[in-house]
Design a protein around this ligand. Sequence first.
Ligand code: AKG
Length: 158
Amino acid sequence: MADPGCGYRYSGLENVLEPWSPAAEQLRRQLEVFTGWRFNSLLLNRYRDGRDAMGWHADDEPELDPAAPIASLSLGASRDFRLRQRPSPRAGGPPPAGYVSASEACAPFNLELAHGDLLLMEPPTQQWWQHAVPRRLRVQRQRLNLTFRVVRPLPAAG
Ligand SMILES: O=C(O)CCC(=O)C(=O)O
């Protein structure tokens, strides 16, 4: 779901835009009050059970506003959300406080995201970290993840 012109290319796929549903619009308004950001794009991921997973990546596509947080809401089954430092961080500004070089990097770590949890990934998280949702075969229930993003419409090429 997105405002007109705020589509998002994801995993190489151009998504068809849906208008905001009343429930998603209400969540967006609450997040605006909470974060001060007006999110213009929402991506929904459905994990049918623990066999559905998401590999290591960072949400750093050029159309995403790098100054904006990504707000991630979890519904349904609890799942592990893994974080690791990027093997080679993206250029652009000094490393944030607490960042250590690859040789000293902390091991990947886990956040368990449960029903109703809201994870706010503030900049420069995407520049320095990758995340993943690994397979967990013991999980039999479905999970929905809603990520609210700020997309900058890119100027037309050429
Ligand atoms: O399902 C999640 O918690 C993460 C989703 C994710 O990594 C993404 O949408 O980029």
